[in-house]
Write a protein that binds this ligand. Sequence first.
Ligand SMILES: Cc1cc2nc3c(=O)[nH]c(=O)nc-3n(C[C@H](O)[C@H](O)[C@H](O)COP(=O)(O)O)c2cc1C
Length: 204
Amino acid sequence: MPTLLYVNACVKREIPSRTNRLAQAYLKKHLETSSWTLQTVTLEEEDLTPLTGKGLAEREDSIRKGDFSGETFRLARSFAAADEVVIAAPYWDMSFPALLKLYIEHLCVNRLTFCYGDTGRPQGLVHVKKLVYVTTSGGPIGAANFGFDYVKGICSTLFGITDISFFSAEGLDIDGHDPEAILAQAIDRITADADAQDSSPRPA
Ligand SMILES: Cc1cc2nc3c(=O)[nH]c(=O)nc-3n(C[C@H](O)[C@H](O)[C@H](O)COP(=O)(O)O)c2cc1C
């Protein structure tokens, strides 16, 4: 059965995450119209640490041996094996929470999620065919979509994912705005997309 990987990069706060709500609407619609298996990675519950010199040396040693069975590679393995990935990350400081950068650092493993071809250009090794990026923001995002642009760059250039889409609910914290109404409209857009897509297994 194809796997839908949900990467929850939302940070738990007093108000339940609105970004997670938007992403959950997509997952619900996707899963009720398909027989896909849902796998969730909640970044706040992962013990994510940045790569240090020691960690990097150990990782490079494993890569040299071609041994990707260790815990260090668990997140990269599950990402590489998924058919579709949904990333939910609130718009923070014009990009996303640092947790997501740590996750991406864990994904970028030479010879597991990508490799370098003869010309030195990266080539994707992941199975993922589609990636959906979901965010919400306090103000307008406009051209300052640095978080999504970065994720898109990594996922297309390094991992070779070509079908990448972006959904947002913006301006939720602006005085006089109705955040519930804005979210409801965004939920309509994202569920329409989940409905429209062909949920049958995508060829490798
Ligand atoms: C640490 C932090 C940084 C934020 N940075 C921005 C920002 O740069 N621009 C913006 O429009 N909103 C910003 N916001 C507002 C959030 O994007 C907004 O409240 C969002 O809906 C939060 O998502 P959540 O409910 O999933 O946590 C920030 C909020 C926090 C807590």
